[in-house]
Design a binder for this molecule. Sequence first.
Ligand SMILES: [Fe+2]
Length: 341
Amino acid sequence: MSATITQTGQSNPVLLPAQSKRMRMDGSDPVYGDWRDDLLADGFAVIKQAIPRENADKYASQMYDWLEGFNLGFDRNDLSTVHRDKLPSITEKGICLQYAVTHEDFAWAVRSEPGVVGAFEKIYDDADLLVSFDAINFTFPNRTDISPNKPWPHQDQDPLKPGFRCLQGLVNLLPNGPDDGGLIVCKGGHALSEEFHKEFINEPRIPAWTPEWFGFTDAGMKWLKDCGCVWEKVCAEPGDLLVWDSRAPHYNLSSTTQQPRFAIYTCFMPVSDASQEDLVRKKDAFERSVGTTHWPNARHTGSNVAKRDGVEDPHNRFEPVNKPVFTERSFNLTGIPYIRA
Ligand SMILES: [Fe+2]
């Protein structure tokens, strides 16, 4: 039987059976007639209303509840209360990583939404999927109490492992127009990735905490521009799912309006792409209520120890306030049921 080799988050390529309709993302895909064509051409796509609007509004409200629940003085109706002293630790990029937030009920509810899981099932032609325990994004406008959010154009995969390896995603939960901050992608840059890295093989890399992150220098940005690539701010409504190829250069912008931005990062991969060792590491992350970054195979695992002014935040939490309720389907996404005895 013939087979096709595809790259995944694992070190070894995966053999796909010839009959698999999994997207190959290597120029050999058919025309699909839906958002998958945008993904292939541009490196990103928007899946409109992956979550019904009323659910998106409910999850956004729960996210506000969570922030107010620290009882530090933040009030959703008063933007003057947006201050680092009144909020949990959130980076200038809007990222909240600790406090077990990735295992709160709203995060799991978003990950388990049929329209979200279904989009990734379509990509991989596989219902046995793992989901990442990734960060939550709370971006508030006009913050002067934390460092400015400077552009950090990057790819989320190691240039030494070319080819399509991971599809990243986020669910947008508040209105997100052109100036409301959020994802900006270099349109078509994913398809130039291999050529780019051949060209820049001798350029010193911007230091990063993981080889699975590549930052673009000014020279790299110029190369992309000279190739005709244009950066596009991706706009979305509450409930829309944004997906992008990890090879696509991207970063995020801050809001310059009065509109906050809330998003939950959701990335899935087939269970068959993960090793048993990956699944055991992921189980441990689940049991400790920590994050995994966007890699669903728990390539990296995090911590719930946030720091405030260089010391451990006294408001740290090590388990979610509102524990998720799992169905069999959503619990499968943890990978735990796939661990062999
Ligand atoms: Fe990224």
